[in-house]
Design a protein around this ligand. Structure first.
Ligand SMILES: NC(=O)c1ccc[n+]([C@@H]2O[C@H](COP(=O)([O-])OP(=O)(O)OC[C@H]3O[C@@H](n4cnc5c(N)ncnc54)[C@H](OP(=O)(O)O)[C@@H]3O)[C@@H](O)[C@H]2O)c1
Length: 248
């Protein structure tokens, strides 16, 4: 009983810390004004679940796409407007090189090194932001998660009391660093916070904004719908400087 109580205190304290450490509200500086339209976009995490959907949807919408991949053979799509570049987001030089000529960056970076302290997301994102600032790239759309900043406690009880504190504490803590770095940068950004991801089909209708998710059950969304919402952020200024949640 005491152990259970101690665990509950830890789980709730972790979510309170994730609330404090993630991004809140809207970053309103004038520096967030950006070019409204992009043609050439860089996709980071292009071989992953969301990343593959981003590549497909971006090509369908007519963008010229560069996909950064550690292992280019994992991208099976070929298209005249798609260039696949081998690179590692943890290697700043490869990020600098692939950034040249881009208008915007979409990031769906993730990994499965859950079980210890990690800085993969924040280090990789730091390289992306530095290259974007140096080369004047004008929009960054980055996938993080509900459960951070002003969306803490909004992934439902199972995530708040089990998945995040037991399986993902280090991973989520690194996501707070990632969000803070983005918000502190000079790059016009949209942080996209989805609910639990599925590999289902795109429905085309999603709920989005600051009040998304709830404390009791996990809200869901397909990676295909997240990708479409992320690409929408290149075509609208509505969420620039903020971190909308998104779910079905
Ligand atoms: N699962 C959920 O329910 C859920 C809910 C909310 C938010 N999210 C977040 O959404 C994001 C995307 O999740 P996902 O499941 O769609 O993605 P994923 O399948 O985990 O893919 C992650 C991508 O990141 C790439 N990557 C990792 N390390 C890299 C490096 N050093 N350099 C370049 N690329 C690297 C991977 O490349 P490789 O193919 O080379 O490994 C892969 O393309 C994650 O941040 C995740 O935490 C997930």
């Amino acid at each position: 009983m005491t152990l259970l109580l101690l665990f509950l205190v830890y789980a709730i304290a972790l979510s309170i810390a994730l609330a404090g450490a993630g991004h809140w509200g809207r970053t309103t500086a004038a520096r967030l004004a950006s070019k409204p339209h992009s043609e050439r976009i860089l996709i980071v995490g292009a071989t992953g679940g969301t990343g593959r959907q981003l590549v497909a949807e971006a090509l369908e919408r007519g963008y010229t796409v560069t996909a950064l991949a550690r292992n280019p053979s994992r991208i099976q799509v070929t298209h005249p407007r798609l260039t696949v570049v081998r690179g590692d987001v943890l290697d700043g030089a490869s990020v600098d090189a692939v950034m040249q000529g881009q208008d915007s960056v979409l990031c769906a970076l993730g990994h499965n090194r859950y079980l210890g302290p990690t800085r993969i997301l924040s280090r990789g994102t730091g390289h992306i932001l530095r290259a974007m600032e140096a080369q004047g790239v004008s929009r960054f759309v980055c996938e993080t998660s509900l459960g951070l900043g002003d969306s803490a406690f909004r992934l439902g009880l199972f995530y708040t009391l089990f998945i995040i504190p037991v399986i993902l504490p280090f991973y989520f803590w690194d996501k707070t660093r990632q969000e803070r770095m983005i918000a502190a940068s000079r790059v016009p950004f949209v942080i996209v916070r989805p609910g639990a991801l599925t590999n289902g089909a795109k429905r085309g209708v999603v709920r989005h904004g600051s009040g998304i998710g709830n404390a009791l059950w996990a809200v869901r969304i397909s990676r295909a719908d997240v990708a479409a919402f992320m690409l929408d952020q290149l075509e609208s200024d509505a969420y620039v400087g903020s971190s909308p949640g998104v779910c079905w």
